[in-house]
Design a protein around this ligand. Structure first.
Ligand SMILES: *Cc1c(COP(=O)(O)O)cnc(C)c1O
Length: 384
C-alpha cells in the first residue's frame, strides 16, 4: 500500500445496522438505501454489493451519474431512484433502464413525457411535493396543472411514488414544522388520488424522521446516515435510548468505516515554542508530536485544526496547530511506544475506543455528513 491513508469497511457492522433499521420499521415498509455523496464517502462501488448482500434491493442516489455507477453494479436486479439532478439528455437513458426519478416541477415532467413518447416507453416517476422545506417539489397550484398533463399521458408516465422531504426532523426544535409538513403531504397526496391517479409508494422519511416520527414511514423510508452507523443528531440517539428496552443503553449502531493512516515522523518540541504555521498552538510543556500524512487535501478539514481527535494505540489524542494541505501534527506526549509507522485512526475504533466525526469536540453533527462525503474518491477502500 503506497497511499497515505486507507479506508476499511466492516461488512458485519453494516449488516447489524441494516438489521437494526429493519427492526424499527413498521410491517411491510420498504427500505431504500441512500447512497448519494459516494455512499456518504464510504464508496458506491464497494458499498452497493455489500448492501445487496444485506438484502437491500432499492437504492436512492442524487444524480444520473450516481445512478449509472449503481446500475453498472446491480444491472436490473435493483430499483434505482434519482432524487435530484438529471440532465435532459440523461432522461432517455433513465427511462430505457427503468431508472426511477423525482419529478418536482412541471418542466421536468413535460420533458419526461416527450422523451417517453419518442421512445415509446413509460417513465417511472416519483412526484415530489412541496410541504414546507421550500427546496424542490410541487405546490398545490403547480400540482393541479401537472395532474392535467399526467391524465392526458397516462400510458407514458407511471407514478411509482409520491414523496417529500422534512426540513430538520433531527431536532425537536422543528417539531411544529415537521407536523405541518406531514399534514400538507397527506392533503396534496389526496389531490392525486381524488383525481383517480395511483400514488405508488408513499415515502417521506429520512433516518431522523423514521426514528422520531414512525408514522412518516408510510410505504417506504429513505435511509442514509443510520446505515453507516452514525446518528443524524445526538437528540435522535438520546430519544432512541430513552425509549429503548435495552438495559445497557448502549449505542446500537456500529461504525462501518475505519479511516487510518500512520505516523510519518516524530518531533520533540520545547515549552514556549509554537507548533506549525502561525501562532495557533503554543507548547505549554515539553511535547512530543507525530506528523501524520493526511491534510485537508485528503478530506481532513481545516476546521479540525487544534480540535480534531485521532486514535493512537487506543488513546484519543488531539490535533495540534493547523491542519495543512497534506499533513497534520498530533500530540503523542506520554505515549512513548509511538514510532514511525504506528497506525493512526482518523475515524473508527481501536482497543474498544472509538473516534467518530461528531466526537471531535462539541462540533455539530452536520460534520458527520460533511466530513464523510468529502473523503476523496481515490483513497483505497478495502473490505473487512
Ligand atoms: C439525503 C436524503 C435522505 C437520507 O437522509 P439521512 O438523514 O442520511 O437518512 C432522504 N431523503 C432525501 C430526499 C435526501 O436527500
Amino acid at each position: 500500500m503506497h497511499d497515505t491513508s486507507f479506508i476499511m469497511l466492516d461488512y458485519d457492522a453494516l449488516s447489524a445496522n441494516i438489521d437494526f433499521i429493519k427492526s424499527h420499521l413498521r410491517p411491510g415498509v420498504k427500505l431504500s438505501s441512500v447512497i448519494k455523496g459516494n455512499a456518504y464517502g464510504h464508496g458506491i462501488r464497494e458499498m452497493v454489493p455489500l448492501l445487496q448482500k444485506c438484502g437491500v434491493d432499492h437504492f436512492s442516489v442524487f444524480s444520473a451519474v450516481e445512478a449509472q455507477a449503481v446500475h453498472k453494479i446491480t444491472g436490473a436486479d435493483c430499483t434505482i431512484m434519482i432524487m435530484g439532478h438529471i440532465h435532459d439528455h440523461d432522461i432517455e437513458w433513465a427511462i430505457k433502464n427503468k431508472i426511477e426519478f423525482f419529478v418536482f416541477d412541471y418542466e421536468r415532467g413535460a420533458v419526461a413525457i416527450d422523451i417517453a413518447k419518442k421512445i415509446k416507453q413509460t417513465a417511472r416517476i416519483h412526484v415530489e411535493l412541496e410541504t414546507g422545506f421550500n427546496r424542490t417539489g410541487f405546490n398545490k397550484k403547480d400540482l393541479l396543472k401537472f395532474i392535467k398533463l399526467i391524465k392526458t399521458n397516462k400510458e407514458y408516465l407511471q407514478i411509482s411514488g409520491v414523496c417529500t422531504h422534512y426540513a430538520g426532523a433531527e431536532s425537536v426544535a422543528n417539531f411544529v414544522r415537521v407536523k405541518k409538513q406531514i399534514n400538507k403531504y397527506n392533503k396534496l397526496c389526496k389531490l392525486l388520488s381524488d383525481n383517480g391517479l395511483e400514488t405508488g409508494l408513499r415515502h417521506t422519511a429520512c433516518s431522523a424522521a423514521a426514528m422520531a416520527y414512525p408514522k412518516t414511514q408510510m410505504d417506504m423510508v429513505r435511509i442514509g446516515i443510520l446505515q453507516y452507523g452514525f446518528w443524524p443528531s445526538k437528540e435522535i440517539l438520546i430519544d432512541h435510548l430513552s425509549k429503548s428496552k435495552n438495559a445497557d443503553k448502549q449505542d446500537p449502531l456500529k461504525r462501518v468505516i475505519t479511516w487510518s493512516s500512520s505516523v510519518m515522523s516524530l518531533k520533540d518540541v520545547k515549552t514556549g515554542d509554537f507548533i506549525g504555521y502561525g501562532t495557533s498552538f503554543l507548547a505549554h510543556h515539553d511535547m512530543r508530536v507525530a506528523i501524520v500524512p493526511v491534510g485537508y487535501a485528503h478530506g481532513y478539514g481545516r476546521a479540525l485544526s487544534n480540535h480534531g481527535r485521532v486514535l493512537v494505540k487506543g488513546n484519543r489524542v488531539g490535533v495540534v496547530g493547523m491542519v495543512n494541505m497534506n499533513m497534520m501534527m498530533i500530540d503523542i506526549t506520554g505515549i512513548p511506544e509511538v514510532e514511525r509507522g504506528t497506525p493512526v485512526i482518523l475515524i473508527g475504533e481501536e482497543d474498544n475506543v472509538t473516534i467518530s466525526v461528531a466526537s471531535f469536540g462539541e462540533m455539530s453533527n452536520q460534520l458527520n455528513y460533511e466530513l464523510l462525503t468529502r473523503l476523496p474518491l481515490d483513497i483505497p477502500r478495502l473490505i473487512k
